[in-house]
Structures are given as C-alpha cells and as structure tokens.
Design a protein around this ligand. Structure first.
Ligand code: A3P
Ligand code: MG
Ligand code: MG
Ligand code: MG
Length: 417
C-alpha cells in the first residue's frame, strides 16, 4: 500500500482512494486503483516526453466535438473552454479521491506557513498536463499557479513525490483519455509550469489547484484564462457543492446532486453543470434590490476577512439574514447562481490578494449579470502579475446592491478619517 508522508504525518493514499467517505458532505471516491498495471511494470509505459502527445482516444474526440459545438454557438474561446473543463474535472476527481480528513491530516506548511497537501500538488499537475496536451502545438504556454515544486525537491520529500506521481498517473489512466505515464521529473516540471508572472500582454492561464485548502467542507479548483490582461474565461469545479441548491440558506434537499462545475466565457454568459456531466444550464445573479431581503457570503475562516467590519456594513445596510460562511470561490458560484445576494471579503491590511483566488470566480459572476469590484467600486485589475493591485476589499453582487455596498464603505471610511 502506498503511503504518502506529508510533513510528520503519514497517510495512506491508496487507502484514501479506496475508502468511502465518513463525512456526509463528501462523495465516495470515484477512482479505481492500479488494476491497469502493476507498479513493477511501469517501466513498460512511455515516460514523460519533452513534447506532450496529442490525445487520440474517443474521449478526446468528444472533447473536440464539444469545443466545435461551442464554437458554432459563437464562443471564440471554445477550444480553451473545453480544455479548461476537462482539466478541472480531472483535477476534481483526484481531489475527491483523497479524502478531506486525510487531506487535512496531510497538511504541509509552505515557506509562508500556508498549508499545502498532496491534492493541491496533484490538482496543479493534472491541470497543467491537460492544458498542455490540449493546447495547439504552435501556441506558447504560460500559467500563473499557486504552488511550486520547492518543497517536493527537498531531501525527505521522495516518498510524497512518489505518491503524487502515482496519484496523478492513476487518475489519467482511470480517465482513459490519454495514453501516457508521467515520470517524477515530468511531474515536478508540470508543477513549475505555473511559475509565470502573468501580466498585461499575451495569454496566461491562472490556476488555484485547490482553493479552500485550510477550510472545512467546501473547496474549489479554479482556472481562468487571461488574454491581454483581461479575464476571458473561467471554470470553477466545486466537488462538494449541491447542484441546484448551492449555498442555499435553507440547505439543499437530500436528493440534490453533489458536485458543481461553473463556467463562463466573456460575452457568452455563465453556466453550471454537474461535475459528473449533465447538460449545462445558464445561471444569473439574483435581482434583489433591497438589502433587507439580501443575504451575504463571507469566508469561513475568520482570519480571511474582517468580521467586525462586515458585521457593521451589514447592519448599516439593514441586512437581516445572518452571514453564510463557506470556504473558497464556491462563494462566487453561489452568488452567480443567485443563491445569495452578496459575497464580500475585507482582509487584513497585510495580506495580498492573489489573482488565482478571484480570476475564475469573478468572470463567472460578471457573466451571470453581476458585478465584481474593489472596496472603492473599481474593477479588479488582473494585469499586474501574480497579485491584484487593488484597494482593500472585494465585493461581488448584482448591479442594484453594488452601489449601496460601496457607498456604505465610503461612509465607513469617512467616519474613520
Ligand atoms: N490571512 C489571510 N487573509 C486573506 N486571505 C487569506 C489569508 N490566508 C489565506 N488566504 C487566502 O484565502 C483563500 C481562501 O479563501 P476563502 O477565505 O474565501 O475560503 C486561500 O486560498 P487557498 O486555500 O487556495 O490557499 C488563501 O489564498
Ligand atoms: Mg494556499
Ligand atoms: Mg485560494
Ligand atoms: Mg490554493
């Protein structure tokens, strides 16, 4: 049995993949492990080549067909959208296979003391590999992603690297789209494909392999495409969200399907579908214009947003409903689908906002007819590199409530002067 050692904690990846979830909010893992090839036969498989092969199976043909349909419907980024959906769906499968309780016990600290797990790495690798395999051979590839391989290259990390390599390859084999085996070096370089600085020119993928690493039930795999400094496409996989009752204040019905895939392309609207594959449905933000009827989402983690401030803004706006606190960009998905009226975050002055924490979520809300602004009411600027250049605070809501929230913030600032 393969054991992944993360920090001081030993966890069994193989066990994680086989065991069913103990938490009702988690779906049973979908992966089947090794039957395809015993490990000692891995040398028979091709290793990671310098030039990624093109996919050739029936599944890849379906992917191309869906891109063609989308293109026929007038989506100029149809091929990229299909690739992005494929990438996050595979990554979500890997994340679901590694149980959340094991994820949490398998937490390693990065240099900045933030947590990272085998699934963060695995997800980033899969997205990077799928995007490269699906990209036109002629195009250059640039990705701004949260994780890097530094910790995995250190002495003592051999076992965890081994297990990440196995986890990624098993996910690929189980999916059946690509006939390829990735070596450890290929895995490390796939992580480091995410080191781009982004910026105002050219195209850059922006990835948060797991958003909500530290939190509780909700997490997301968030992928966006920047073109000339603007977000033009976003996909958000939320494996633990109930479809149809996302963030519903009254809770979802027990019959709801779990696992939502949100997507949006500039000028084409926003959609949600099941992660297991169901017809996509257009979504839109709510049309509430009276704050008294509005509800708001904020971070589950108290340290990520100033609760004294959000409490006081809510009171000034006359909001009656208590805050709905959930982790990750699932909050953007929930607002885009109209399950709540507002998502806001006002971090402590010291913390910077990374582009991967907002790029996908923000286009999903704006394409669902909403607005995403900073605390002064300005658009977010994704062209400045790996971090947002912004006034403190981010607000996502509809066009009726946005001016009210911004004016209350203004009032707050005036009071503090
Ligand atoms: N002290 C802090 N203040 C603000 N944001 C923080 C923070 N510590 C971590 N974060 C960011 O908040 C994200 C989670 O967002 P949310 O609070 O909406 O669930 C984290 O993403 P990761 O989980 O990808 O690291 C991380 O980037
Ligand atoms: Mg993180
Ligand atoms: Mg994040
Ligand atoms: Mg993350």
């Amino acid at each position: 049995m393969a054991a992944a050692r993360v920090g001081l904690v030993s966890v069994s990846v193989s066990h994680a993949l086989h065991a069913s979830s103990s938490s009702p909010s988690l779906r049973p893992p979908r992966l089947r492990l090794p039957p395809y090839l015993p490990r000692h036969h891995h040398h028979l498989l091709p290793t990671f080549p310098p030039n990624y092969p093109r996919p050739s199976s029936a599944a890849a043909a379906r992917l191309r067909a869906s891109a063609t349909m989308s293109q026929a419907a007038g989506n100029p980024y149809a091929a990229e959208l299909a690739a992005a959906k494929k990438a996050v769906t595979l990554a979500a499968r890997l994340c679901q296979a590694v149980q959340k309780d094991i994820l949490q016990s398998g937490v390693q600290s990065k240099a900045d003391q933030s947590p990272v797990t085998v699934a963060d790495y695995g997800s980033q690798i899969l997205v990077s590999l799928v995007l490269k395999m699906e990209a036109p051979a002629s195009s250059s590839f640039s990705m701004v992603a949260e994780e890097d391989s530094e910790e995995l290259r250190k002495e003592g990390a051999e076992e965890i690297l081994e297990n990440i390599t196995e986890l990624v390859n098993e996910t690929i084999v189980d999916d059946g789209t690509y006939s390829i085996y990735f070596s450890k070096e290929g895995i490390l370089s796939a992580i480091d494909d995410g080191k781009s600085e982004g910026g105002p020119s050219g195209r850059h993928w922006v990835l948060d392999p797991i958003d909500g690493t530290k939190g509780g039930d909700q997490y997301a795999i968030a992928l966006a495409l920047l073109d000339e400094g603007k977000v033009v496409l976003g996909v958000l996989a939320c494996p633990n969200l109930s479809l149809g009752s996302i963030g519903n204040l009254n809770g979802g019905s027990s019959g709801d399907q779990v696992g939502a895939l949100f997507s949006a392309t500039i000028g084409c609207g926003a959609e949600v579908e099941s992660l297991q594959g169901s017809p996509a449905q257009k979504i839109s933000v709510c049309s509430i214009d009276n704050p008294v009827e509005a509800s708001f989402f904020e971070s589950y983690e108290g340290a990520h947003s100033l609760r004294d401030l959000t409490g006081s803004i809510a009171e000034k706006l006359g909001i009656q409903a208590p805050p709905v606190r959930i982790d990750s960009q699932a909050k953007y998905g929930a607002v885009a689908q109209g399950d709540g009226a507002i998502y806001w975050r006002f971090p402590h002055k010291r913390s910077k906002e990374a582009v991967w924490d907002h790029a996908a979520g923000s286009i999903i809300v704006t394409e669902a007819g909403g607005l995403v602004k900073d605390a002064s009411g300005n658009d977010l600027d994704f062209s400045k590199g790996r971090y947002l250049d912004r006034d403190a605070g981010i607000i996502a809501t509809n066009k009726y409530l946005m001016p009210l929230v911004v004016s209350v913030l203004e009032l707050d600032r005036d009071e503090m002067r």
